[in-house]
Write a protein that binds this ligand. Structure first.
Ligand SMILES: Nc1ncnc2c1ncn2[C@@H]1O[C@H](COP(=O)(O)OP(=O)(O)OP(=O)(O)O)[C@@H](O)[C@H]1O
Ligand SMILES: [Mg+2]
Length: 381
């Protein structure tokens, strides 16, 4: 039997829950040509949300075409242009023959090279001569509007991990170029998203930056308890296992409603349930996972300084005022000026997330391990 929970890939179909408001908002924006920036910490469900909205709009609005570009492994302008051109041509024409035809039709100065592998859908790539490309980059950035006007369709360009453009050489002039061309596009909407809060804020919220006020920003939240309870109970029932709403809620709470971790933990509890989940099943599962991950977590702590560990202790105790005199003394954090440094380094190590005024452990299991195993405190049960 297949496990009725998903993690590490897109949540789709019945595994995609909640997000009604966010979906409606995104749908309205993207069909109206309003550029939208979507931000959340890692694995809270950005890609799943955009994918779900695209699926719905694909059936509801046949004149709308989505193009997905992921910048996670794109490190230079050249790679960006090639990925941009490839995905646009691919997603706006249905057949391989059209890709080649359109690939030629939409360029006047540039001569695209087509690389087609054994599996054309996955091994299709457009490349350019870099020297030529340098003279005619605008042609590529104009593609969405050109295709949109030619085919009389609206185009939505979705770019994941958009903050990566900040790593390109001469990123600022590159951003200026993108902005100046894209803002003229009338029937194209850009949906730009990513998880590096600070980098994205720097790109979109800083007045001196080219992308300032390029679109509306949406901050995605976690999924609340009631949706998890309904989903977990249903997924157990459909696979002929039982769980009470109270225990389903305990699963969500232990993982702090974090979309990825709730799905992951629920799958493990489900696996350990023969036919009815009991409090003992959840406890055993949690202990199992804590032991399995202990070495990894211990190694993570070994790399931290004493002050960073003290900060985590304070965070685990629920402290919110880190710079107060009392906290600095109780947790031996030294001077106030240390706090910002500690926060940044823990954030860079992906141990904590700074979300609005909130600070959280990224991994809820690590938090539980830190409290129960490392600090030896008995919590939660
Ligand atoms: N709407 C949802 N309903 C149920 N589970 C979800 C939902 N959204 C996300 N998840 C869970 O969270 C996981 C991560 O989702 P997704 O990949 O969409 O997040 P992301 O924010 O794009 O992550 P990353 O920052 O790594 O790109 C999914 O595999 C799934 O387990
Ligand atoms: Mg994603």
């Amino acid at each position: 039997m297949e496990a009725p929970f998903v993690f590490g890939k897109l949540a789709e179909g019945e595994n995609f829950i909640n997000r009604e408001k966010e979906s409606a908002y995104l749908k309205l924006n993207l069909t109206s040509g309003i550029n939208t920036i979507l931000i959340s910490p890692r694995r809270w469900g950005k890609s799943s949300l955009v994918n779900c909205v695209a699926e719905q709009l694909n059936t509801e609005s046949p004149d709308l075409r989505f193009c997905f570009i992921d910048l996670f492994n794109i490190r230079s302008e050249e790679e960006f242009y090639e990925a941009f051109a490839t995905k646009l041509i691919q997603s706006t024409s249905s057949k391989m023959d059209d890709w080649l035809k359109n690939g030629k039709k939409f360029f006047s100065n540039l001569i695209p090279r087509f690389n087609v592998g054994l599996d054309p859908f996955h091994d299709f790539k457009i490349t350019f001569d870099w020297k030529e490309l340098k003279k005619s980059q605008d042609e590529i950035l104009e593609l969405p509007q050109k295709i949109s006007s030619d085919k009389k369709i609206k185009v939505v360009v979705c770019i994941d991990e958009f903050q990566n453009i900040a790593h390109f050489d001469q990123s600022l002039s590159f951003q200026k170029k993108l902005r100046s061309i894209w803002q003229k596009h009338q029937t194209v909407a850009y949906c730009l998203y990513g998880s590096k809060r600070h980098m994205l804020a720097e790109i979109f919220e800083s007045k001196s930056m080219p992308f300032y006020k390029f679109g509306e920003t949406v901050f995605l939240n976690k999924i609340s308890d009631e949706f998890w309870v309904e989903y977990i109970v249903k997924q157990f029932n459909e696979t002929e296992k039982n769980i009470t709403p109270e225990l389903a809620s305990r699963i969500a709470k232990l993982m702090e409603n974090h979309p990825y971790f709730v799905q992951w933990f629920a799958k493990n509890v489900w696996q350990n349930t023969i036919d009815t989940c009991t409090p003992e099943t959840i406890k055993t599962t949690l202990n199992q996972l804590l032991i399995q991950n202990s070495l990894l977590f211990q190694r993570e702590l070994d790399n931290l300084t004493n002050k960073q560990i003290s900060f985590l202790k304070a965070l685990a105790d629920g402290v919110t005022q880190f710079s107060s005199k009392e906290t600095l003394t109780t947790y031996d954090l030294g001077v106030q000026a240390n706090i910002a440094r500690i926060k940044t380094s823990l954030e860079n190590r992906e141990i904590i997330d700074l979300w609005g005024s909130k600070i959280e452990f990224i991994d809820p299991l690590f938090r539980l391990w830190f409290i129960q195993i490392y600090l030896g405190k008995n919590s939660t049960f």
